[in-house]
Design a protein around this ligand. Structure first.
Ligand SMILES: [Zn+2]
Length: 252
Protein backbone atom coordinates (compact mmCIF):
# COMPACT_ATOMS: atom_id res chain seq x y z
CA UNK A 1 0.00 0.00 0.00
CA UNK A 2 1.16 3.52 -0.84
CA UNK A 3 0.63 6.70 1.23
CA UNK A 4 1.12 4.93 4.55
CA UNK A 5 3.45 5.95 7.38
CA UNK A 6 5.63 2.95 6.63
CA UNK A 7 5.96 3.98 2.98
CA UNK A 8 6.83 7.49 4.12
CA UNK A 9 9.52 6.11 6.41
CA UNK A 10 10.93 3.96 3.61
CA UNK A 11 11.19 7.06 1.38
CA UNK A 12 13.07 9.00 4.04
CA UNK A 13 15.38 6.08 4.76
CA UNK A 14 16.49 5.80 1.14
CA UNK A 15 17.12 9.57 0.95
CA UNK A 16 19.20 9.39 4.13
CA UNK A 17 21.15 6.37 2.84
CA UNK A 18 22.03 8.28 -0.35
CA UNK A 19 23.55 11.13 1.64
CA UNK A 20 20.99 13.86 0.96
CA UNK A 21 21.15 16.80 3.37
CA UNK A 22 17.82 17.98 4.82
CA UNK A 23 17.08 21.67 5.14
CA UNK A 24 14.16 23.67 6.47
CA UNK A 25 12.51 26.07 4.04
CA UNK A 26 13.97 29.11 5.83
CA UNK A 27 17.46 27.70 5.26
CA UNK A 28 16.99 28.21 1.51
CA UNK A 29 19.09 28.89 -0.59
CA UNK A 30 21.68 26.15 -0.10
CA UNK A 31 24.91 25.12 -1.78
CA UNK A 32 23.63 23.73 -5.09
CA UNK A 33 26.49 21.18 -5.25
CA UNK A 34 25.25 19.49 -2.11
CA UNK A 35 22.32 17.13 -2.73
CA UNK A 36 19.55 18.64 -0.65
CA UNK A 37 15.97 17.80 0.29
CA UNK A 38 13.28 20.08 1.67
CA UNK A 39 10.40 18.34 3.41
CA UNK A 40 7.49 20.75 3.35
CA UNK A 41 4.26 19.81 5.12
CA UNK A 42 0.94 21.60 4.76
CA UNK A 43 -1.00 20.85 7.95
CA UNK A 44 -4.40 21.29 6.30
CA UNK A 45 -6.27 18.79 8.46
CA UNK A 46 -5.78 15.90 10.95
CA UNK A 47 -2.88 17.57 12.79
CA UNK A 48 -1.97 14.33 14.60
CA UNK A 49 -0.84 12.86 11.27
CA UNK A 50 1.65 15.72 10.98
CA UNK A 51 2.88 15.02 14.48
CA UNK A 52 3.41 11.37 13.48
CA UNK A 53 5.46 12.52 10.47
CA UNK A 54 7.51 14.85 12.67
CA UNK A 55 8.31 12.01 15.08
CA UNK A 56 9.34 9.66 12.26
CA UNK A 57 11.70 12.31 10.88
CA UNK A 58 13.18 12.97 14.29
CA UNK A 59 13.89 9.26 14.74
CA UNK A 60 15.75 9.27 11.42
CA UNK A 61 17.67 12.43 12.35
CA UNK A 62 16.10 14.65 9.68
CA UNK A 63 14.09 17.85 9.82
CA UNK A 64 11.35 19.52 7.83
CA UNK A 65 8.99 22.50 7.75
CA UNK A 66 5.36 22.41 8.92
CA UNK A 67 2.88 25.08 7.87
CA UNK A 68 -0.08 25.51 10.23
CA UNK A 69 -3.46 27.03 9.46
CA UNK A 70 -5.52 28.99 12.00
CA UNK A 71 -8.40 26.49 11.99
CA UNK A 72 -8.88 23.96 14.85
CA UNK A 73 -8.11 20.92 12.66
CA UNK A 74 -4.62 22.40 12.20
CA UNK A 75 -3.73 24.97 14.89
CA UNK A 76 -2.95 23.24 18.17
CA UNK A 77 -0.47 24.65 20.67
CA UNK A 78 0.65 21.27 21.93
CA UNK A 79 1.23 19.86 18.45
CA UNK A 80 3.04 23.01 17.29
CA UNK A 81 5.31 23.07 20.33
CA UNK A 82 6.17 19.38 20.09
CA UNK A 83 6.99 19.66 16.38
CA UNK A 84 9.25 22.65 17.09
CA UNK A 85 10.91 20.82 20.00
CA UNK A 86 11.70 17.91 17.67
CA UNK A 87 13.89 20.34 15.71
CA UNK A 88 11.53 21.13 12.84
CA UNK A 89 10.56 24.52 11.48
CA UNK A 90 7.05 25.88 11.96
CA UNK A 91 5.54 28.33 9.45
CA UNK A 92 2.21 29.99 8.82
CA UNK A 93 -0.08 28.42 6.19
CA UNK A 94 -2.00 31.58 5.41
CA UNK A 95 -5.46 31.91 3.89
CA UNK A 96 -6.30 35.42 4.97
CA UNK A 97 -7.71 36.50 1.58
CA UNK A 98 -10.26 33.69 1.98
CA UNK A 99 -11.06 34.81 5.55
CA UNK A 100 -11.41 38.44 4.36
CA UNK A 101 -13.51 37.63 1.31
CA UNK A 102 -10.86 38.95 -1.04
CA UNK A 103 -10.35 42.32 0.70
CA UNK A 104 -6.56 42.83 0.88
CA UNK A 105 -6.72 45.53 3.61
CA UNK A 106 -8.79 43.28 5.82
CA UNK A 107 -6.60 40.29 4.94
CA UNK A 108 -3.36 41.96 6.01
CA UNK A 109 -4.85 42.80 9.41
CA UNK A 110 -5.83 39.18 9.89
CA UNK A 111 -2.40 38.09 8.67
CA UNK A 112 -0.70 40.27 11.31
CA UNK A 113 -2.95 38.90 14.03
CA UNK A 114 -2.46 35.25 13.03
CA UNK A 115 1.28 35.60 12.58
CA UNK A 116 1.49 37.08 16.10
CA UNK A 117 -0.54 34.14 17.47
CA UNK A 118 1.89 31.67 15.98
CA UNK A 119 4.93 33.72 17.01
CA UNK A 120 3.70 33.67 20.60
CA UNK A 121 4.64 29.95 20.46
CA UNK A 122 7.56 29.63 18.02
CA UNK A 123 9.89 31.60 15.76
CA UNK A 124 8.36 32.08 12.31
CA UNK A 125 10.43 33.14 9.30
CA UNK A 126 8.54 31.32 6.55
CA UNK A 127 4.96 31.38 5.31
CA UNK A 128 3.21 29.47 2.58
CA UNK A 129 -0.20 30.01 1.03
CA UNK A 130 -3.04 27.56 1.56
CA UNK A 131 -4.86 26.95 -1.70
CA UNK A 132 -8.43 25.88 -1.27
CA UNK A 133 -9.69 24.57 -4.62
CA UNK A 134 -13.24 25.64 -3.69
CA UNK A 135 -12.30 29.27 -3.06
CA UNK A 136 -12.54 31.94 -5.70
CA UNK A 137 -9.67 33.86 -4.06
CA UNK A 138 -5.96 33.37 -4.47
CA UNK A 139 -4.43 33.87 -1.03
CA UNK A 140 -1.17 35.08 -2.61
CA UNK A 141 -2.99 38.14 -3.97
CA UNK A 142 -2.59 40.00 -0.68
CA UNK A 143 1.07 40.41 -1.68
CA UNK A 144 0.10 42.43 -4.73
CA UNK A 145 -0.52 45.24 -2.26
CA UNK A 146 1.58 44.32 0.79
CA UNK A 147 5.05 42.90 1.39
CA UNK A 148 5.63 39.93 3.69
CA UNK A 149 9.38 40.68 3.90
CA UNK A 150 8.42 43.63 6.11
CA UNK A 151 7.13 41.11 8.66
CA UNK A 152 10.48 39.35 9.03
CA UNK A 153 9.47 36.56 6.66
CA UNK A 154 12.41 35.23 4.64
CA UNK A 155 10.76 32.64 2.41
CA UNK A 156 7.36 32.13 0.80
CA UNK A 157 8.10 29.10 -1.42
CA UNK A 158 5.79 30.20 -4.24
CA UNK A 159 7.74 33.48 -4.60
CA UNK A 160 11.25 32.88 -3.31
CA UNK A 161 12.34 29.47 -4.56
CA UNK A 162 13.82 28.94 -8.00
CA UNK A 163 12.01 25.85 -9.27
CA UNK A 164 14.27 25.64 -12.32
CA UNK A 165 16.96 24.47 -9.89
CA UNK A 166 14.72 22.63 -7.47
CA UNK A 167 12.54 19.66 -8.34
CA UNK A 168 9.08 20.06 -6.81
CA UNK A 169 6.85 17.11 -5.97
CA UNK A 170 3.45 17.24 -4.35
CA UNK A 171 1.10 14.54 -3.08
CA UNK A 172 -1.93 16.57 -4.19
CA UNK A 173 -4.77 14.17 -4.97
CA UNK A 174 -2.83 11.46 -3.10
CA UNK A 175 -0.65 10.66 -6.07
CA UNK A 176 2.63 12.21 -7.25
CA UNK A 177 1.42 13.28 -10.69
CA UNK A 178 -1.78 15.07 -9.65
CA UNK A 179 -0.18 18.52 -10.10
CA UNK A 180 -1.52 18.54 -13.66
CA UNK A 181 -5.02 18.92 -12.25
CA UNK A 182 -4.22 21.17 -9.34
CA UNK A 183 -5.97 24.51 -9.44
CA UNK A 184 -3.84 26.42 -6.93
CA UNK A 185 -0.68 24.45 -6.24
CA UNK A 186 1.24 25.74 -9.26
CA UNK A 187 4.93 26.51 -9.34
CA UNK A 188 6.77 28.26 -12.14
CA UNK A 189 9.40 26.22 -13.94
CA UNK A 190 10.73 26.02 -17.52
CA UNK A 191 12.55 22.80 -16.88
CA UNK A 192 11.30 19.36 -17.85
CA UNK A 193 11.34 17.36 -14.63
CA UNK A 194 10.70 13.63 -14.22
CA UNK A 195 7.15 12.46 -13.42
CA UNK A 196 6.47 9.72 -10.86
CA UNK A 197 3.05 8.32 -10.19
CA UNK A 198 3.71 6.46 -6.94
CA UNK A 199 6.15 6.47 -4.04
CA UNK A 200 7.79 3.19 -5.12
CA UNK A 201 8.84 4.81 -8.41
CA UNK A 202 10.44 7.65 -6.46
CA UNK A 203 12.23 5.21 -4.17
CA UNK A 204 13.67 3.25 -7.12
CA UNK A 205 14.77 6.46 -8.86
CA UNK A 206 16.67 7.45 -5.70
CA UNK A 207 18.22 3.96 -5.54
CA UNK A 208 19.28 4.20 -9.18
CA UNK A 209 20.67 7.74 -8.72
CA UNK A 210 18.32 9.16 -11.37
CA UNK A 211 16.38 11.26 -8.87
CA UNK A 212 17.20 15.02 -9.04
CA UNK A 213 19.86 16.20 -6.59
CA UNK A 214 17.80 19.11 -5.23
CA UNK A 215 14.15 18.55 -4.41
CA UNK A 216 11.26 19.87 -2.37
CA UNK A 217 8.55 17.43 -1.33
CA UNK A 218 5.19 18.88 -0.43
CA UNK A 219 3.30 16.52 1.87
CA UNK A 220 -0.25 16.71 3.17
CA UNK A 221 0.12 14.28 6.09
CA UNK A 222 -3.68 13.91 6.47
CA UNK A 223 -3.58 11.84 3.27
CA UNK A 224 -1.06 9.39 4.75
CA UNK A 225 -2.22 6.75 7.19
CA UNK A 226 -1.70 3.16 8.32
CA UNK A 227 -5.36 2.91 9.32
CA UNK A 228 -7.11 0.85 6.61
CA UNK A 229 -10.56 2.44 6.86
CA UNK A 230 -9.14 5.99 6.91
CA UNK A 231 -6.91 5.05 3.98
CA UNK A 232 -9.92 3.83 1.95
CA UNK A 233 -12.00 6.88 2.89
CA UNK A 234 -9.22 9.14 1.64
CA UNK A 235 -8.90 7.10 -1.56
CA UNK A 236 -12.62 7.49 -2.19
CA UNK A 237 -12.55 11.23 -1.48
CA UNK A 238 -9.53 11.82 -3.71
CA UNK A 239 -10.91 9.73 -6.58
CA UNK A 240 -14.07 11.84 -6.65
CA UNK A 241 -12.06 15.07 -6.40
CA UNK A 242 -9.71 14.01 -9.20
CA UNK A 243 -12.63 13.07 -11.40
CA UNK A 244 -14.21 16.49 -10.89
CA UNK A 245 -10.91 18.28 -11.54
CA UNK A 246 -10.28 16.25 -14.72
CA UNK A 247 -13.80 17.01 -15.91
CA UNK A 248 -13.27 20.76 -15.49
CA UNK A 249 -9.85 20.64 -17.12
CA UNK A 250 -11.23 18.91 -20.17
CA UNK A 251 -14.09 21.43 -20.31
CA UNK A 252 -11.68 24.41 -20.22
ZN1 LIG B 1 -3.06 23.86 2.45
Amino acid sequence: MDFTCSKYQELLQVLVSKGYVFKTVSEYPHDINQSTIYLRHDVDDLKMHSLAFARIQHKLGVKGTYYFRMVPESFDEKVILEIAQLGHEVGYHYEDMDFANGDADQAIKLFEKHLAQLRALVTVTSICMHGSPRSKFDNKDVWKKYDYKKYGIKIEPYFDIDFNQMFYLTDTGRCWDGFKYSVRDKIITNKIWPVYSNTNQIISAIHQNTFPSNAMFNFHPQRWTDDKSLWLAELFKQSIKNLIKKYFFVKK
